[in-house]
Design a protein around this ligand. Structure first.
Ligand code: KIV
Ligand code: ZN
Length: 522
């Protein structure tokens, strides 16, 4: 009998904590729906106490996403646990509260300034309190991998006795190596009397590039829940990439004989692309499983082998995980119904009005390019549908540039009924467009990151721009835009960042995320 591993996805919580990866509520919903299609077991939807926006997002996911368990994170603080309990309530018996408290010496002495017994008491009280809201309570001793094993065992035993149904052993700073991490898990199995009453989980960060290896070693040592994110996004070097963990377990079922996952692997590529798009973080080309080059064979000798028998150079079938699933492209002659069906196949849940909106932009693009591919359509959805309030919209853009002329842009924006216009020279057409927007807004944005990619092949491909801008307070605000014209796509992306920062300014009053996460407890 092989055990089913619980796949716990924290893309929307730990993944989103990564600088510049923040998603708006609509983007979070799209990701959550796709995670349900992937058939993950648990979606950690956010940290509800952090802000009204986070709370609302967890609550909406708990209300609308059926299938997986929906978890909300909480420190060992009453108001955190209450917020998490209220946010996951709509998921009823699928609601989980995940409480955490640091246990390592360095955190105890320098961050928390608490002694052993106080940590145990707080952990037990918090699990007990969380149990008054939900049956399913997970406890994480933060920085577990740097905690003394005896103390870790004591805390684990105490929280299980208090009712924790899962105990997660985080390698918070990515310090572990496979052997030490597996030894630690084994130590717990040997020294915690009630360990069979809970699922032991692992949560690895990738600071030494070992997150996936550590997670797999822990499974061999008895862990039965793996936490990670899609594309491995997350704080610093990220979290364990779930697609890698899942495919390693499946592909090497000869080694992982005792375990399996129930993931629908044919959804992996689609999920990876959606997450990359939604949080504006490009997947590195040579990334295992989901990078563009993951199944590209350059060497002639390999190509020859693949043609004769795929398995000569491929250990996984790319089609099985969703590569090369492109349908016949749409053209300008395709009707609204065909576009709506493709959008549905791409897992977008849209209202009629939203489909109308996408369809009118599709027609416009269809006039400019021969074929509209799935990725073009996804870029349009992204560009058109954002829950970020559009304080400013692009009315008009004119750029003059050339090898001898000084690039100059004139931009017209609309704010409510008002039309605003200005021009600026710049160091290139993109720079000039952004400077013209800055002049209108009387803001100065510093472009920290700029990526342009073609959604499909061909000279008429849709250019998709994602960028990150610092408007002077050190926070990275992301923006996205798409058009067959990359200058227009850039201006749209910049404006999207402007609208995001305006929305954040309006919404201020939430707790600073990183500060609260670092605080751990009070
Ligand atoms: O890395 C970590 O320790 C965490 C915990 C909150 C589980 O993300
Ligand atoms: Zn983490």
């Amino acid at each position: 009998m092989s055990d089913r591993l619980t796949i716990f996805d924290t893309t929307l919580r730990d993944g989103e904590q990564c600088p510049g990866a923040s998603m708006d509520p609509r983007e979070k919903m799209e990701v959550a729906r796709q995670l349900a299609c992937l058939n993950v077991d648990v979606i950690e939807a956010g940290f509800p106490v952090i802000s009204d926006g986070d709370f609302a997002s967890v609550e909406q996911i708990a209300t609308e996403v059926k299938g997986p368990i929906i978890a909300g994170l909480a420190r060992c603080i009453k108001k955190d646990i209450e917020a998490a309990g209220a946010a996951v309530k709509p998921a009823a018996e699928r609601g989980r509260i995940h409480v955490f408290l640091a246990t390592s010496k360095i955190h105890r002495e320098h961050k928390l300034k608490k002694a052993h017994d106080e940590i145990v008491r707080l952990a037990v009280e918090s699990v007990t309190y969380a149990k008054s809201f939900v049956q399913d309570v997970e406890f994480s001793p933060e920085d577990a991998s740097r905690t003394e094993p005896e103390f870790l065992a004591e805390v684990t035993q105490a929280v299980i006795a208090a009712g924790a149904t899962t105990v997660n052993i985080p390698d918070t700073v990515g310090f572990a190596v496979p052997q030490t991490y597996a030894d630690m898990i084994r130590y717990l199995f040997d020294n915690v009397n009630n360990i069979d009453d809970a699922v032991i989980s692992v949560h690895c960060h990738n600071d030494l590039g070992l997150a996936v290896a550590n997670s797999l070693a822990a499974v061999q040592a008895g862990a039965r829940q793996i936490e990670g994110t899609i594309n491995g996004i997350g704080e610093r070097a990220g979290n364990a990439a779930l697609e890698e963990v899942i495919m390693a377990i499946k592909t090497r079922s000869d080694i992982f004989v005792d375990v399996h996952t129930d993931i629908d692997v044919s959804e992996i590529v689609k999920t990876s692309r959606l997450v990359s798009r939604m949080c504006s973080l490009q997947v590195q080309r040579n990334k295992a499983i989901v990078g563009e080059n993951a199944f590209a064979h350059g060497a002639g000798i390999h190509q020859d082998g693949i043609i004769k028998k795929r398995e000569t150079y491929e250990i996984m079938d790319p089609k099985e995980i969703g590569w090369g699933e492109t349908e016949l492209p749409l053209t300008k002659h395709s009707g609204r119904h065909a576009v709506a069906l493709r959008l549905q196949a791409l897992s977008y849940t849209l209202t009629d009005a939203e489909i109308d909106d996408i369809f009118s932009r599709f027609k416009d693009i269809g006039d400019r390019k021969k074929f509209v591919y799935d990725d073009d359509l996804a870029a349009l959805v992204d560009d058109s549908l954002t829950t970020v309030k559009e304080s400013y919209s692009l009315e008009y853009l004119h750029v003059s540039s050339g090898t001898t002329a000084i690039p100059t842009a004139t931009v017209q924006l609309k704010r409510g009924e008002e039309t605003l216009e200005d021009s600026s020279p710049g160091n290139g057409a993109v720079d000039a467009s952004m400077k013209a927007i800055d002049r209108i807004l009387k803001k100065r944005g510093h472009l920290v990151e700029y990526n342009v990619s073609a959604t499909s092949g061909g000279k008429d491909a849709l250019g998709e721009v994602s960028l990150k801008v610092d408007f002077g307070d050190g926070n990275l605000i992301s923006g996205k835009g798409a058009s067959t014209d990359v200058i227009e796509a850039s201006a749209r992306a910049y404006l999207n960042a402007v609208n995001r920062v305006s929305a954040l300014e309006e919404q201020s009053g939430g707790i600073d995320k990183s500060a609260a996460a670092a605080e751990g407890t009070i």
